[in-house]
Design a binder for this molecule. Structure first.
Ligand SMILES: CCCCCCCCCCCCCC(=O)SCCNC(=O)CCNC(=O)[C@H](O)C(C)(C)COP(=O)(O)OP(=O)(O)OC[C@H]1O[C@@H](n2cnc3c(N)ncnc32)[C@H](O)[C@@H]1OP(=O)(O)O
Length: 205
């Protein structure tokens, strides 16, 4: 059976991105197959553990990775939203951005399901938190998410292209307000208002 649109849509550019895309495909296939793979479960689990063992053997110590993954300071490849090297990222594709606004598109498959045929509300929060954060970075003032208020206007469909937007609304000292939406078929399904707080400068810095 063909993988769902969430797995086939992103253009892959080679290297670790290919490995992450393959892992994403495995996750999607497992959720789609369900009990249909029960008879092969032992073999499949052994094969997948074998792949994980190979990757683990190549991985550097965690402390080293925690340093190298931020050099240069750029979370584009490994973040869990649009990180092409992170299998947890759907991934959201950033499609445009002007005046500090951010826009992206994504099609989500079964691994992201909440209500039948629709996206889990926590996944919407993940997408919006990140896109609002990116909009803040683009606007030149960013901070940690202090509060994120979501309104779920209508169920968000799986298997359809979704548009995600984010923009910085205002800056008040260390407090930054940003807003965003997720739309399907031209209708806003989820909207968000976020408060981000720029951490205090560390003493001596
Ligand atoms: C390094 C490069 C990174 C690149 C990353 C790319 C990522 C891309 C995007 C990723 C995006 C992903 C993003 C993520 O996932 S960020 C991860 C999720 N967020 C966190 O973990 C944040 C945890 N919280 C904190 O660290 C602190 O609480 C912060 C830093 C937020 C504030 O602690 P701080 O001690 O500094 O604050 P303050 O007490 O001096 O208060 C200051 C002002 O703020 C007001 N206030 C504070 N909290 C709240 C609240 N909850 N509701 C309403 N108001 C609040 C407060 O009243 C005061 O206002 P005023 O009295 O002055 O008027």
């Amino acid at each position: 059976m063909n993988p769902s649109p969430a797995v086939t849509a992103p253009v892959q550019q080679g290297g670790v991105q290919d490995v992450a895309a393959a892992a994403r495909r495995v996750v999607d296939a497992i959720v789609r197959a369900g009990d249909a793979i029960a008879a092969q479960s032992g073999d499949l689990a052994t094969a997948l553990h074998g792949v994980a063992d190979r990757i683990d053997l190549a991985a550097p110590p965690l402390a080293e990775r925690m340093t190298t993954m931020w050099l240069p300071v750029d979370s584009r490849l490994h973040n869990p939203v649009n990180g092409l090297e992170n299998p947890l990222a759907p991934p959201l594709e950033i499609t445009e951005g002007a005046d500090g606004d951010v826009a992206g598109s994504v099609t989500l498959g079964l691994p992201y399901q909440g209500p039948p045929g629709h996206v889990h509300g926590g996944i919407s929060a993940l997408l919006l938190d990140h896109v609002l954060g990116l909009a803040n970075i683009r606007a030149g003032n960013s901070g940690m998410t202090a509060r994120l208020a979501l309104t779920y206007h209508r169920p968000l469909p799986l298997f359809e292209e979704l548009s995600v937007t984010g923009r910085q609304a205002s800056v008040d000292g260390r407090k930054i307000h940003a807003t965003g939406t997720i739309s399907a078929d031209g209708h806003v399904a989820v909207s968000a208002e976020g408060l981000f707080v720029r951490p205090r400068a560390e003493p001596g810095r």
